[in-house]
Write a protein that binds this ligand. Structure first.
Ligand SMILES: Cc1cc2nc3c(=O)[nH]c(=O)nc-3n(C[C@H](O)[C@H](O)[C@H](O)COP(=O)(O)OP(=O)(O)OC[C@H]3O[C@@H](n4cnc5c(N)ncnc54)[C@H](O)[C@@H]3O)c2cc1C
Ligand code: SF4
Length: 332
């Protein structure tokens, strides 16, 4: 393990000041540290896109950022709330069972007890070349993607270009389906970004996975209360029964007009460098009888999939899981 300086911030403004004071060094905020400390720093992988931090600013010591509040129009979850705290919160269970199911599917109870929502959404990708010290790929600042000619069985089938990671976060997939927003603080001030535009693909910047600047961090995640009668469901397929990242996951949230699709979102995880909003599927369902259309609508995912040499199986998984998740939301 490489040494680093650790600061226990107690307020958001103190964390921002620390970011400013350390702007000429490799500085990162940290939640539970299950990825940054237990993974990246321990494994000694690094590069331009994965610098070793000299300075860590702990966000879990900022009490405000551990709070969860369910208000009359939206819920606000502090970025330093642990996944277990999100799962156990009665109002979140009642209003957003989709988020609870997704958070419950993350890793193991131990990791959920100290891994934070902010850390889960902002964790770095799991591509085995990226995490391997011998591979200086595009995402680490190199000039090659080893997944193109190497073992790409877990890589992207949609939206890969230059780099073919899949976004690793289960909660990000659910939060996009719930139309969440990220509240962000940083040296340049505060801003709010909808999850629709929070994640960025390799074409925009191969070294990053989201819009955060080096001196910014997420303070809260807000989720609008769902309209009454909203249907939700979550499913995740893994390689093993024990904890694992998604081969494919699906989050759906929608309202109905009688038996027909009114409005909603279908988001697929494990298939693309960003949590993937499957608008082709949503469009095929618009105004239609959901039960009668689910299979044909889910198959639309095939029209946007561009699998690699070893991962065409994921296209079948995604089509099947989208159909199953829509039907699960209906209670069928
Ligand atoms: C064995 C194992 C299995 C796992 N399985 C799954 C799984 O099935 N599904 C899944 O989704 N995840 C999985 N994970 C990932 C795990 O959930 C994450 O490591 C954890 O949620 C990250 O939370 P953390 O608070 O520990 O993050 P940290 O390690 O503290 O931070 C992770 C990254 O996010 C950044 N960060 C943290 N907080 C913020 C913030 N507020 N704003 C901006 N950036 C921030 C950090 O700088 C760092 O780069 C697994 C991890 C392990 C070790
Ligand atoms: S998929 Fe991305 S992270 Fe993996 S080897 Fe290719 S460039 Fe690197």
């Amino acid at each position: 393990m490489r040494a680093f300086e650790l600061y226990d911030a107690t307020t958001v403004s103190e964390a921002v000041t620390l970011l400013k004071q350390n702007s000429d060094r490799a500085v990162k905020v940290v939640g539970g540290g299950s990825d940054l400390v237990g993974g990246i720093l321990k494994d000694w992988v690094h590069g331009k896109g994965l610098p070793f931090p000299d300075v860590l600013i702990d966000l879990t010591t900022i009490k405000d950022l551990t709070q969860i509040n369910a208000g009359s129009s939206e819920a606000s979850i502090g970025a330093a709330a642990t996944l277990s705290e999100v799962i156990d919160h009665k109002d979140i269970q009642a209003k957003f069972p989709l988020l609870v199911a997704a958070a419950q599917s993350v890793a193991s109870p131990l990791i959920r007890n100290f891994g934070t929502l902010g850390g889960n959404v902002n964790q770095r990708p799991r591509c085995w070349f990226f995490r391997g010290e011998d591979f200086n790929c595009y995402k680490k600042g190199g000039d090659f993607c080893y997944a193109v000619t190497g073992d790409n069985r877990y890589h992207a089938i949609i939206g890969g270009e230059l780099c073919y990671i899949v976004h690793p976060s289960d909660t990000a997939t659910a939060l996009l389906a719930l139309n969440a927003k990220a509240k962000i603080s940083g040296v340049g001030g505060d801003r709010e970004v909808a999850f629709d535009s929070y994640f960025i693909g390799p074409r925009e910047d191969v070294l990053r996975e989201n819009v955060l600047k080096k001196d910014e961090f997420v303070t809260y995640i807000t989720i609008p209360n769902p309209a009454s009668g909203t249907k939700m469901a979550w499913n995740k397929l893994k390689d093993r029964q024990v904890y694992d990242f998604a081969l494919t996951s699906v989050a759906v949230s929608f309202t109905m007009n009688g038996n027909n699709w009114n409005d909603g979102r279908v988001v697929v995880g494990g298939v693309s460098p960003v949590p993937y909003r499957a608008k082709v599927v949503e469009d095929a369902l618009k105004g239609k009888d959901i039960k009668a259309t689910a299979k044909q609508a889910a198959a639309q995912i095939r029209t946007v999939a561009r699998p690699m040499s070893l991962n065409a199986y994921k296209v079948d998984l995604a089509a099947g899981l989208i159909e199953r998740t829509i039907l699960d939301a209906l209670g069928n």
